[in-house]
Each structure stands twice: as structure tokens, then as C-alpha cells.
Write a protein that binds this ligand. Structure first.
Ligand code: NDP
Length: 281
């Protein structure tokens, strides 16, 4: 078994994307991301900071709109409308979650589909389920990147996704289906979880429950992708008990240093793809 070196996978891909961005800049196209932060949660600020840092490293311009707890849905809609009409902006990212008084879906749906860098608007969710891969949510997109490095031939294999959130589980299942995998989605009401996880050639776990997945729940030689990130006593812990599972799985992604890295990188890819699609029309 091996712990997947996600850092190396991302580093290689970064070089290719950097070259593409240099070419675009030479043509006068400077990809630009707008980030909307409307919550005061520490984790979100850290995520936005990571995105900012990678944008700078890659040569993508980035601008942030930070709101305090007095902000309203209408104010956010107004800002999004302005960004939708701003020709310099290629991608608009609404950091989730937002303050509890905000109508999240209304805000997400206000983002123009051609600038919806996370693919969370209802239109782009629908397109994903129709099989379009134009705009794919960053975490599942990054996971497919990892899987393709590990196993080029996914078709026909069993995939089990544990978790059915809008941002990870559901789009993940749609993408694996698009790879011709046979997909099962499990959730908190699933009866006899182990009977499903044991069938998985590819097991993707996104529940936020530390060490939910143990060795006896994993098929021999499975690829196990650990999406979970929960702070336990100041340490980030995944949903997979890696020490235990590594004896039976073929590959396991680590936490930290795993899926989180590909998520932020996929965001960069999405900004660049949106810039190309919109400005080279
Ligand atoms: P949500 O809380 O939105 O969803 C959790 C899902 O897990 C739900 O569908 C829930 O089922 C399911 N679930 C809960 N308990 C069980 C159980 N005992 N057995 C099976 N399924 C269960 O979480 P997210 O999808 O937003 O995030 C999941 C984890 O991934 C978190 O730790 C988060 O921090 C991390 N994350 C990591 C990212 C990265 O880039 N590395 C990006 C995004 C998230 P039900 O629907 O029935 O409630």
C-alpha cells in the first residue's frame, strides 16, 4: 500500500498550468478571480488565504470582497451583479458557508453561469448531471485528477461515495458516473454501511466524521480517497483511519496534504478555463 503523494501530482500539473497562464498573459488575457467572503469563521478565512496565495503564485489576479455580519442578501446580490458585468472578472467564488441570515442558494444562483468558478449555481449543477464537464466543483474535480494518476482505467469499476453534500458527495458521484464507474452513494441513513464500502474499488469518503472508515470496511487493494478534514485537538484529522486502512488498501490519500491541495489547484484550473471560454469566444 502507499500513501498517495498528492503534493507531487499537484506540483507537476502546476507547471503546465503556469505555462498556459504565461501564454494567456502574453496575449493580454489576465485571468482574474473575485472572492466573496461573508462569514467570520476562521476556517473560511484560512481557505480564502490559501486561494489568494496560490493565485499569486500562478499569475492569476485576485480581488476579495469581505462583508461583516450586518450584510444582507440584497447587498451580496448587488455586488455579484457588478462582478457579472465586469469584463475583467473571469471567475466569481462565493466562500461557503455564509452568515446565517443570507439566502445562500439565491446568492449562488445570481453568479453568471459563465463566471461560476465553483459550479454551485443551479444551472451548472444541472449541467453537471447532464454530463457536461465545462465547470466542475473543485473538490470532486481534484479527486478525479488524483484518481486518473493512480488508475487510468476507471470504467466499469465500483465507486462508493460516502456523503451526499452539494459541494462534495453529489457532484463526486456525478463525475464518477461520467467516468463510466458503477456508483453507489451512502449517507447517514444508509443501512449497513460496511456492506457497501466493502464493494468499493474506489472509496471516496466525505462525512466530516474522524476515522469513520476502518480496515474491516475496505476492500483489498481499493483506492481510498479521504476528503474529510476535522480539527481534533489542533490537528487536522480525516474520515479514514489511515494507519489501520493502509494494510489493506492499494492507495490512501493523506490528511493533511491530500485532497485539500487538489481542491485549490482545481480552482486555478477553473479560473483559467473560464477566462479562455469567455474571452476567446
Ligand atoms: P456535510 O456535513 O455537508 O455532509 C456530510 C455528509 O456525510 C452528509 O451527506 C451526511 O449524510 C454524511 N454522513 C454523516 N454521518 C455519516 C455516517 N455515519 N455514515 C455515512 N454518511 C454519513 O459535509 P461536506 O460534504 O461539506 O464535507 C465533508 C468533509 O469534507 C468535512 O470534513 C469537510 O471539512 C471536508 N471537506 C474537505 C474539502 C477539501 O478540499 N479537502 C472540501 C470540502 C469539504 P446526510 O446527508 O444523511 O446527513
Amino acid at each position: 500500500m502507499s500513501i498517495v503523494n498528492v503534493r507531487d501530482i499537484v506540483e507537476n500539473k502546476k507547471q503546465t498550468l503556469k505555462r498556459k497562464i504565461v501564454e494567456l498573459r502574453d496575449e493580454g488575457i489576465i485571468p482574474k478571480l473575485a472572492v466573496i467572503l461573508a462569514n467570520d469563521n476562521d476556517a473560511s478565512r484560512i481557505y480564502v488565504g490559501r486561494k489568494r496565495k496560490l493565485c499569486h503564485e500562478m499569475g492569476i489576479d485576485e480581488v476579495e470582497y469581505v462583508f461583516d455580519e450586518k450584510c444582507t442578501t440584497e447587498e451580496l446580490l448587488y455586488t455579484i451583479e457588478k462582478l457579472n458585468n465586469d469584463n475583467d472578472i473571469d471567475g466569481i467564488l462565493v466562500q461557503l458557508p455564509m452568515f446565517s441570515n443570507i439566502d445562500e442558494q439565491k446568492v449562488l444562483d445570481a453568479v453568471a453561469p459563465e463566471k461560476d468558478v465553483d459550479g454551485f449555481s443551479s444551472i451548472n449543477v444541472g449541467r453537471l448531471y447532464k454530463g457536461s464537464k465545462d465547470i466542475v466543483p473543485c473538490t470532486p474535480k481534484g479527486i478525479v485528477t488524483i484518481l486518473k494518476e493512480l488508475e487510468p482505467d476507471l470504467a466499469g469499476k465500483n465507486a462508493v461515495v460516502v456523503g451526499r453534500s452539494q459541494i462534495v458527495g453529489k457532484p463526486m458521484a456525478a463525475l464518477l458516473l461520467a467516468e463510466d464507474m458503477t456508483v453507489t452513494i451512502c449517507h447517514s441513513k444508509t443501512k449497513d454501511l460496511v456492506s457497501h464500502t466493502k464493494m468499493a474499488d474506489v472509496l471516496v469518503v466525505a462525512t466530516g466524521i474522524p476515522h469513520l472508515i476502518k480496515k474491516d470496511m475496505v476492500k483489498e487493494n481499493a483506492i481510498v480517497i479521504d476528503v474529510g478534514m476535522t480539527k481534533v485537538k489542533d490537528k487536522l484529522v480525516g474520515d479514514v483511519d489511515t494507519e489501520n486502512v493502509k494494510d489493506i488498501a492499494k492507495y490512501v490519500t493523506p490528511v493533511p496534504g491530500g485532497v485539500g491541495l487538489t481542491t485549490v489547484f482545481s480552482l486555478m484550473e477553473n479560473v483559467v478555463n473560464l477566462a479562455i471560454a469567455r474571452r476567446k469566444k
